[in-house]
Design a protein around this ligand. Structure first.
Ligand code: MLT
Length: 258
């Protein structure tokens, strides 16, 4: 289904019945990353899968997709579905969005799961890389997408996961350039929300890929310790839910969603 946010259409799918679980994908990806997890979660939960603005089948909503704005979009989807409180699993940029949501609407999250994500802001080096990415994407969109998606996987695993790289890239080629740039700009200016994670009242977890090339495992360990968050280690890179669905399902089972 499509839900309107301001003048833009946001693509949402709902599966199963039970306590609501919201799934938010990362940058250059879409709700299709959750294919392995949805049937498991839907046995006991109402699963709400949202394509974030400018991704999947959702339209752009602004020039800059700040994490605060994405949280507002998610909130309006939940309002439209009459959902007052939900569990959240946010993958990477979807995790940044979940944290912004937790800050803005603290009473609306029961359990927060950051999957291959972080509460940290961008380092200077990362912000500079974002500026370079914005330039490259305007002239070499396909090359940029293919490279960025390959880099989500550990280097020595890229060949093994080539079919996923091709599948996700093919999908992302269709995303509007404007939306990709809006997300890069939004991620670049996101603030550090470790204190939000630390002070979050509900249950909180980090599911981290031991070989994550984007979010180093050592920095996740540091954040988990600092924010008193339970950390689960998965034998994978940045795409745990696609690289190692078995371990992710087991973890989600421990978290008590299954
Ligand atoms: C993502 O997977 O959402 C992004 O790679 C995260 C980021 O670039 O910080």
């Amino acid at each position: 289904m499509f839900i309107k946010y301001r003048n833009s259409q946001i693509h949402v799918k709902v599966y199963g019945k039970g306590y609501p679980v919201v799934l938010l994908h990362g940058f250059l990806l879409s709700s299709t990353i959750w294919g392995g997890l949805i049937p498991e979660l839907a046995k006991k939960n109402q699963v709400i899968v949202i394509d974030l603005p400018g991704h999947g089948k959702s339209e752009c909503v602004a020039e800059i997709h700040t994490m605060e704005l994405l949280a507002e979009v998610v909130n309006s989807v939940l309002e439209e579905l009459n959902i007052e409180k939900a569990n959240f699993i946010g993958h990477s940029m979807g995790g940044y969005t979940s944290l912004a949501f937790a800050e803005k609407y603290p009473s609306k999250i029961e359990t927060l799961v950051l999957l291959n994500s972080s509460s940290d802001s961008d380092s200077l080096e990362r912000r500079n890389n974002r500026d370079r990415a914005i330039k490259v994407i305007q002239t070499h969109k396909k090359v940029f997408i293919k490279m960025a998606i390959a880099l989500l996987f550990p280097e020595n695993q890229q060949e093994k996961h080539q079919h996923l790289i091709d599948k996700f890239s093919k999908e992302a080629f269709q995303f509007p350039t404007k939306g990709i740039i809006a997300s890069i700009k939004g991620m670049k200016i996101r603030k550090n929300r470790t204190s939000i994670l630390k002070n979050f009242n509900g249950k909180k977890y980090m599911i981290c890929g031991f070989y994550d090339p984007i979010i180093p495992f050592s920095s996740s360990e540091k954040i988990a310790l600092e924010s008193n968050t339970t950390l689960y280690k998965v034998n994978s890179g940045h795409m745990s839910v696609n690289e190692n669905i078995k371990e992710v399902v087991k973890t989600v089972y421990f978290i008590d969603f299954l």
